[in-house]
Design a binder for this molecule. Sequence first.
Ligand code: GLA
Length: 389
Amino acid sequence: MSIDRVQARAAFERHFGFPPEVGARAPGRVNLIGEHTDYNHGFVLPMAIEQETLLLARRRPDRHVNAFAANLDRTTVAHLDHRMRNAAEPWIDYVIGVADELAKLEKPLTGVDLMIVGDVPIGCGLSSSASLEMAALVLFETLGGFEMPGAEAPKLGRRVENDFLGLSSGIMDQFISRMGKAGHALFLDCRSYEYELIPAAFPEAVFVIANTGVSRGLTSSKYNERVRECNEAVQRMNDRLSKSGTHLRDFSLAELDACADALPEIVLRRARHVITEDDRTRAACAALREGDTRALGELMNGSDASLREDYEVTCPQLDAMTDIARSLPGCFGARMTGAGFGGCTVNLVEKRHVDAFMRQLLVEYKRQTGFNGEVVASSPADGAGCVLV
Ligand code: GLA
């Protein structure tokens, strides 16, 4: 569900004592398939979700960002000319990180009284942070009277993560949050940034997102470790094959097999996940275009097995939730989604079974793990934009 604009505006007025002047929003996302492929220059197939981050603001005559995080009931003041991280109020880092990248490009920045409100669950693999970055970008664009063209906007968001926040993540989350389209999934080539919007609706099936209720622990250190392992695979395969590939995208499964004895066993498995996941993602794209729910479900299951066994980014709760899903009537496929180590699953489920599926999934998950899971209902939504206030 998107956020109630009237209530948000009233909350802004209550907090600041005057109405907002501009508004910007950006959605979270769920990735249907193509996991941990983006920073390897591979393929991804996410869709934007209805859950979003909404920013309301009014210009200030000075260079301050006087910010109120409504969900957290926290406030802080940052300065557009002294852009640094704030360990006490880390939520503002995403806004100041965007300002920092814009300042490097010499774009005009405007001080604001700012309210942030969102309904993307935080730390659940649905990209609440990318949605805040992309909403902040739209806000600064609107106030500054400029627009970042095409892939420049998500690339800027990625730099915020990589340079300001220290997470070696790829481009997927910001790309879909900016470019998503209602009713569609987005097939993206993370090397060329070419993309295709594909209708994501089936006559007989729907995607169901389920949250394990386990928030991702140690994600950034484990995530950066995977990025390093992939880079190591590239180095070693280049040496063995006398190639000059830059990313795992540059290698085939046959080449990986030929290098098997030159790679540590863990590195071999990491590379195998990425290379096979790219193949699955291209096949999933074709299945989605053709409306082939069975083929898509099988590919989702294959992706999950590879993330579990080769890439090792699942956790017992994610595994329980996907195993239970697959045992229920009407489930074509189930997989973890996002960075992993907790967070959400995405399931493709026959419409006539969907109510029972959701009910039984949560009951059985609670019984097996003791955790309270949750279904996150969403159709594919639009990417970032201005909001009338
Ligand atoms: C996180 C990152 C993305 C992507 C996924 C895994 O969401 O931000 O760039 O790597 O993990 O597919």
